[in-house]
Each structure stands twice: as structure tokens, then as C-alpha cells.
Design a protein around this ligand. Structure first.
Ligand SMILES: Nc1ncnc2c1ncn2[C@@H]1O[C@H](COP(=O)(O)OP(=O)(O)OP(=O)(O)O)[C@@H](O)[C@H]1O
Ligand SMILES: [Mg+2]
Length: 336
């Protein structure tokens, strides 16, 4: 029997109360991440990427998991008590977010903050912690780590701050690192450096990576497996090379067509897909993508397609597959 995946998310549903009623931000998402593997989650703004990963960490704020299961290293996290989740975060599952400045505390030196991450989960003397801090800052490529450890966050560049966040994330050698758009706030050169750093860390420490991005170019560079999300659902998944070379879902195709070229301004909107992801309170009937889909048929407006099994590890949610493949939700939900 193959060993169970490190992370196994099954049929996850997440709801938030809002002033105008309860919304469902994530509606039946399933995926797995094996030890040492990189899984990318890609999709436009509002597709449910962050909410899916925050659910894993138990950081939904006012939101809650209303159905489904999240198993990490064999243990169920849905319904786990706050203390268990707190111990898990940082020690076994670490995270790096988009904006390092909002994650770092301006009042403490970066060395103190890395040390705190170390000491939160491990008994270390102050001196050993300091030594390890300098090692970690060196490992993530900060120049003059001894001196940098005594710097305050505002004294570092955005790229250096994100390196500190990676050091904090890796301080306890987690089995899984969740990176949510870790390079979106950085310029292209620094982005390339941080992506290279994450890949090296992963190779050296065998860390599994759940990598969230809206950029298909980054997916190609980073991941083994990709999960394409749209409006709270998975619409396509599969090995990166296959999905990128032969996307089966019209939404994936549109995302790939919108990969920026070197001349595209970095914060330009995606050119290929007109319109935006519908808000959960205004979900269209039928296929959630049909109002924007260049291939939409009449039936796309009335019924929502299942995820169709398209071969080992591949699945896509589109009526166009009905002639190609039988529905097999059970089997494809094991994809990871
Ligand atoms: N705390 C919250 N309260 C109410 N609605 C929320 C909350 N957090 C997220 N949502 C809604 O859930 C949906 C999914 O949001 P999510 O943040 O997961 O998107 P995303 O794919 O990460 O987008 P982005 O690329 O902008 O980060 C959105 O419609 C969003 O408005
Ligand atoms: Mg997000």
C-alpha cells in the first residue's frame, strides 16, 4: 500500500457570514500533497485559493469549514482544538504570505523574530537560538547575517524581508510550507531569487510545498502538480507539464493564454479573460465559468458539470468532456 499523502483535503466547504448573508467561498475542493511534492494552486483573484489554504491552518477568522475533511500526517484537522492547530503552525506546517511587512513586527529585530519562531516549538537556550538564527539568515541568502539579525524590518528591502519570512517558515523544519503569493509584491528579479530560494530549501530539506499563485508562469517554474481553481471549485488538475502543454478546461486555457510576456506590465490585468470571478453571493447557475467561457454551450447555463476523469492524475470540470470520458468523481478526487 502506498503511504498516505502528507496533506489530504477532501470535499472542503468553507462559509463566511457577511452582512448580506452567508457565502460559500470554497465549495467542495479536494486535493492531496505528498511529502516533498510541490502542488500549485492557481486561479484569478477571488477563486478561493487563500481560503482553501487558510482552512488547512485553521486561520479562517469568522469563517468556518461546514463540510469535508483535512487530514495532515494522518490526523484530522477539521474540528481540531485551537491549541493543537497552534502547535502545528510553525512546527509542522509553516506559511509565507504575500506581504512580508504585514507579517513582520516592526518593533522587533528580524533576529528576534526568527529566534521566537525557533523557541516557540523547541527548547533552545538563548545562545543556541542566536547561533541558529544567523545560520538560517545565511541559508536564505541574506548578506552579512550577523549584522542583519540586529536589523529592524524597515531597514531591509522587500526581497530581504521575504527572505526573513522564509527563514521564519523553515526555522522548525516543517513538513509542509504553504506559500500564498509569496512574490507578488516583489519585482521580477527579486521574485526569481525568492522562487529559486524556495526550490533550494525544498530540495535540501525535503519540504512539501503548497504554492498559491495567480501566475501560470510561476506554476511552470515551481510545481509538480497543479490545481486550477475557479469560483470556489477545482476546474482542472494534473501534472504541470501535461496541464500546461495540453490544458483541457477552457478556463485553464484562458489562464495560460494570459501568461505575461516580458513586456507585459507586472500589475496589468489578465488580458485573455474578460470580466471577473463572480462573488459567492452572485454565483451564476450552471457552470460557474459559462458567462465568460468562449466555448460555452446552451447546457452550460443550466447544469453544472462534474469533474471528469481524464486519465492518471488528470481531471477537468467541463461539459465538453462528456463525450470523451465517463464521470468518475471518486477516482479523480484522489489526484494530488
Ligand atoms: N473573511 C472573509 N469574509 C467574507 N468573505 C471572504 C472572506 N475571505 C474571503 N472571502 C471571499 O471568499 C472568496 C475567495 O477568496 P480568496 O481570498 O480565497 O480568493 P483568492 O483566490 O485567494 O484571491 P486572491 O488572488 O485575490 O488572493 C472571495 O469571494 C472572497 O471575497
Ligand atoms: Mg489569496
Amino acid at each position: 500500500m502506498p503511504s498516505p499523502p502528507l496533506l489530504e483535503v477532501r470535499d472542503l466547504h468553507v462559509q463566511f457570514p457577511t452582512p448580506t448573508g452567508v457565502i460559500e467561498a470554497v465549495a467542495g475542493v479536494s486535493f492531496t500533497v505528498a511529502a516533498g511534492e510541490t502542488v500549485a494552486v492557481v486561479g484569478e483573484s477571488g477563486s478561493g485559493k487563500s481560503v482553501s489554504s487558510l482552512a488547512v491552518l485553521g486561520l479562517l477568522g469568522g469563517g468556518r469549514v461546514t463540510a469535508g475533511s483535512i487530514r495532515f500526517a494522518g490526523g484530522e484537522l477539521v474540528g481540531a482544538d485551537a491549541e493543537r492547530l497552534r502547535r502545528l503552525r510553525g512546527a509542522e506546517i509553516a506559511m509565507v504570505f504575500q506581504n512580508p511587512m504585514s507579517s513582520l513586527d516592526p518593533l522587533f529585530t528580524v533576529g528576534d523574530q526568527v529566534a521566537e519562531a525557533l523557541r516557540a516549538h523547541r527548547p533552545l537556550t538563548r545562545k543556541d537560538a542566536q547561533r541558529r538564527v544567523v545560520e538560517l539568515l545565511r541559508e536564505v541568502g541574506l548578506p552579512d547575517p550577523q549584522r542583519r539579525a540586529r536589523s529592524y524590518p524597515h531597514e531591509l528591502s522587500g526581497g530581504q524581508q521575504q527572505r526573513v519570512m522564509v527563514a521564519i517558515g523553515l526555522a522548525c523544519e516543517p513538513a509542509l510550507l504553504i506559500a500564498d503569493e509569496p512574490t507578488t509584491a516583489l519585482d521580477v528579479t527579486v521574485e526569481a531569487q525568492i522562487l529559486a530560494l524556495l526550490r533550494r530549501m525544498q530540495r535540501e530539506h525535503g519540504t512539501a510545498l503548497l504554492f498559491i499563485t495567480h501566475d501560470m508562469g510561476v506554476v511552470a517554474e515551481m510545481a509538480d502538480h497543479v490545481l486550477v481553481m475557479y469560483a470556489g471549485r477545482v476546474v482542472e488538475q494534473g501534472p504541470v507539464a501535461e496541464v500546461l502543454s495540453a490544458p483541457r478546461n477552457p478556463y485553464t486555457r484562458a489562464l495560460i493564454d494570459s501568461i505575461p510576456t516580458p513586456t507585459t506590465p507586472r500589475d496589468a490585468p489578465m488580458p485573455a479573460i474578460a470580466g471577473t470571478v463572480p462573488h459567492p453571493s452572485e454565483m451564476p447557475g450552471g457552470c460557474r465559468f459559462h458567462p465568460r467561457c468562449p466555448s460555452a454551450l446552451d447546457r452550460c447555463a443550466t447544469g453544472e458539470p462534474q469533474l471528469y476523469d481524464l486519465g492518471p492524475g488528470r481531471a477537468s470540470r467541463c461539459w465538453l468532456h462528456e463525450v470523451d470520458a465517463p464521470v468518475n468523481e471518486e477516482e479523480v478526487s484522489g489526484v494530488g
